[in-house]
Design a protein around this ligand. Structure first.
Ligand code: SAH
Length: 384
């Protein structure tokens, strides 16, 4: 087993400390830190040998003590719509998924913050998996490294880079892993590191209300809220964290979110569940509820998974719902499902943290295949 320490995910002061501890003299430590920073995050260097402007014996010392290893790729899948999904592993039972969604004008990486999740949202596949643990900054950033390595997307400052946006919308609740998410996103948005503007980084939360002001002031990314219902009785059931932090408190936190403005709207995600939350009366209540918040509403067609207790609303209903929201002055884009054929769409991510019998696994795979076939037929009927 490799016992060398990873340098990925350390903030600059911690990186400098690691170099000092390894014997780098104080007088050159600051410069060495900057050089390494540039190699690791701008050029995506995977080993120290590639760092040609560093002295040979310094490179040997780094090689001896440290690593820039990526998470192990367990599976890499490519959807017929160009979406990619990776299942990554960083230790026994520590598996998590990452999804890359290419679009005409951007490429979005959907990043996980936890292995499993504690929230148990009824419509979410990840919610059926118990929390295994929080991901470290290295593991959060490791997802970006694997994507960029695969896509040949270095240096990170290139004009036509492929990963242009990051959404913390993979497995887990980012605000329950605040420190590690903050550390990782600090490096993502550092102009001398991965150099993505804060506007291109979106953190999505199911509503950990006490952490929302801190997310605004300490991370400063764009904010998305998984709202999904307009009344507490329904939200209590489908997004159980609502019992702790009900809708009113959640929306109050949005009203005071630092940096929200018409130029930087808060996104409200709303999954369309047939007969559960998709009536036109609810669309009208929704626009009343969010009055005064600079917002856009992202309607998400429900993505099914084996055993899911819900169905997606009919397309015509989604359109009518969207129109009401839109007429009230809010952008109401319907999120095109991407990567459904490889179970990469919203709410479909899950890793095998629990041991399954081979027979159960085969049955689950068969069910997933059948579902994918039904869904691609459904997708073919949807207007684009
Ligand atoms: N825990 C955070 C981050 C996950 S984001 C949060 O809840 O915001 C994943 C998004 O996909 C959330 O808006 C989630 O509610 C939504 N989602 C979950 N399951 C889904 C499904 N089956 N179909 C469509 N969207 C789903």
């Amino acid at each position: 087993m490799d016992t060398r320490a990873s340098l990925i995910g350390l903030a600059q002061p911690a990186l400098k400390d690691a170099l000092l501890a390894a014997g780098v003299p104080e007088k050159s430590a600051a410069m060495r830190t900057r050089q390494l920073w540039n190699w690791i995050y701008v050029h995506g260097a995977r080993d120290f040998a590639a760092m040609t402007n560093l002295a040979k014996d310094f490179r040997a010392l780094l090689e001896d003590k440290f690593t820039l290893a990526r998470p192990e790729v367990v599976t890499a899948q490519l959807s017929n719509d160009g979406t990619r999904k990776w299942l990554l592993r960083t230790g026994p039972g520590i598996e998590f998924e990452t999804v890359y969604i290419p679009e005409e004008d951007r490429g979005t990486l959907c990043v996980s913050s936890q292995v499993g999740c504690t929230l148990t949202c009824k419509f979410c596949h990840t919610g059926t998996q118990k929390l295994v643990r929080n991901l470290t900054p290295a593991e959060i950033l490791g997802q970006l490294f694997v994507a960029r390595d695969t896509l040949g997307d270095w240096p990170s400052t290139a004009e036509n880079r492929k990963v242009t946006n990051i959404v913390m919308m993979g497995m887990g609740e980012p605000l329950y892993n605040f420190d590690n998410v903050k550390a990782a996103l600090g490096i993502v948005t550092d102009g001398d590191a991965l150099a993505l503007s804060r506007r291109r980084v979106t953190l999505s939360t199911a509503g950990v209300v006490p952490m929302i002001p801190r997310a605004g002031s300490e991370i400063g990314s764009s904010l998305a809220i998984s709202l999904h219902a307009v009344r507490d009785d329904i939200r209590d059931v489908i997004v159980p964290i609502n019992k702790k932090y009900p809708i009113k408190e959640l929306l109050d936190a949005c009203r005071t979110y630092p940096g929200a403005s018409n130029a930087r709207r808060i996104t409200f995600e709303y999954v369309m569940l047939k007969g559960v939350n998709d009536s036109l009366a609810e669309a009208r209540e929704l626009v009343q509820l969010i009055k005064g918040i600079p917002a856009k509403i992202n309607l998400i067609p429900f993505n099914a998974w084996p055993g899911a207790p819900y169905e997606c609303s009919d397309w015509a209903q989604i359109e009518k719902f969207a129109e009401i929201v839109n007429r009230a002055g809010y952008a109401s884009p319907v999120r095109t499902p991407r990567g459904r054929d490889i179970m990469a769409a919203c709410g479909q991510l899950k890793s095998e943290s629990v041991k399954e019998r081979a027979s159960a696994r085969l049955a689950a795979e068969k069910a997933a295949d059948e579902l994918a076939a039904v869904q691609s037929a459904q997708l073919a009927r949807m207007p684009h």
